[in-house]
Design a protein around this ligand. Structure first.
Ligand SMILES: [Zn+2]
Ligand SMILES: [Zn+2]
Length: 318
């Protein structure tokens, strides 16, 4: 075997490290004057891909499949590549960092969310940014542990009626709050969590799990219709619809009942992006992931989010 000289080795290392750096440095798409002035993220908690877009008939998601996806861009290879639980999945979406966070609402995200970066950089009052969740424990999403961000630049939140992190509330009550805030406060940034698919799954109630997928499909459609019928939100609002995680594949552990590991059923989810700056009627099979949502929102709304590990989801844009 031929031995490399020390200088040769150093040169090789430098060369390979520069190659890695080049590949890692992501070229951001150029900043544009986007029409988007408001962003709403709807997280439907825990449907398995095989019951949504993985089912070729899309029988449980008629509105998502026939009304919404054709007006936006559908990602059929979207993933939670971190821990596939509720709080970890939502944290990946809001902070752009996969963090193995406790799932009971007793641990804050380490890094600030797109809400906090937005409120800080744009000097927006907290009434203009809302987290509205059926799961009380998701009030952690409003805050971050990182120095300089703890209890700072926090959005408003409604996470259950008492908002103390302990309660779950039915989606219909969450929906009422969503509508009320959209009408009265007119926030420019909102994240909504609807829980029923996940809780019916955990109850091992297959018919009601499917029914919950259909009910959340209706909420997604109602939300888009509300945006289209609102003078304030029409033509300047981006809606992102996705999931925090999937559920185990059939034949793996207890199947659709649970989630939380690395199986393909837990990882694979969908994402639909709709809005004035996005293409229409496209289906993207290239892989993108939860952490990319934050980078995409920061790009759209023109603020910096240096702690996000995500990349801008370029196939969305016109
Ligand atoms: Zn769950
Ligand atoms: Zn699994």
């Amino acid at each position: 075997m031929k031995l490399l000289t020390f200088t040769g080795l150093v040169a090789l290392l430098l060369l390979s490290s520069s190659i890695v750096t080049t590949c890692d440095t992501e070229v951001k798409p150029p900043k544009k004057d986007f029409r988007t002035k408001n962003v709403i993220v709807l997280v439907i908690d825990g449907p398995r891909f095989s019951e949504t877009f993985g089912d070729s008939t899309c029988q449980y998601i008629p509105h998502l499949a026939k009304d919404l996806a054709p007006q936006g861009v559908l990602f059929t290879n979207f993933r939670n590549n971190g821990k596939t639980n509720t709080n970890s999945g939502h944290t990946a979406i809001t902070t752009g960092v996969y963090q193995s966070i406790r799932n009971d609402g007793t641990e804050l995200p380490k890094y600030p969310s797109f809400f906090q970066y937005y409120l800080k950089e744009k000097k927006i009052p907290k009434e203009k940014a809302w987290i509205i969740a059926s799961k009380g424990k998701l009030n952690i999403l409003a805050n971050a542990r990182k120095k300089g961000w703890f209890h700072s630049y926090m959005p408003s939140d409604y996470c259950g009626p008492r908002g103390n992190g302990s309660e779950y509330v039915a989606d219909k009550f969450t929906w009422d709050v969503v509508l009320e805030k959209l009408k009265t406060e007119q926030p420019s940034m909102m994240l909504i969590n609807l829980l029923e698919v996940d809780t019916r799954g955990h109850s091992n109630d297959w018919p009601n799990y499917l029914g919950a997928i259909e009910r959340t499909d209706k909420y997604a459609y109602k939300l888009w219709k509300f945006i289209q019928n609102s003078k304030h939100y029409k033509d300047n609002t981006t809606l992102i619809i996705t999931n925090d995680h999937g559920r185990h594949l059939d034949g793996h552990k207890d199947g659709f009942v649970s989630h939380g590991d690395r199986c393909e059923g837990c990882r694979k989810i969908y994402m639909i992006g709709l809005g004035p700056d996005f293409k229409q009627g496209e289906v993207v099979t290239e892989e993108y992931e939860q952490i990319d949502i934050s980078a995409t929102i920061a790009h759209l709304m023109n603020f910096e989010m240096p702690t996000s590990d995500g990349r801008v989801i370029t196939p969305l844009f016109k």
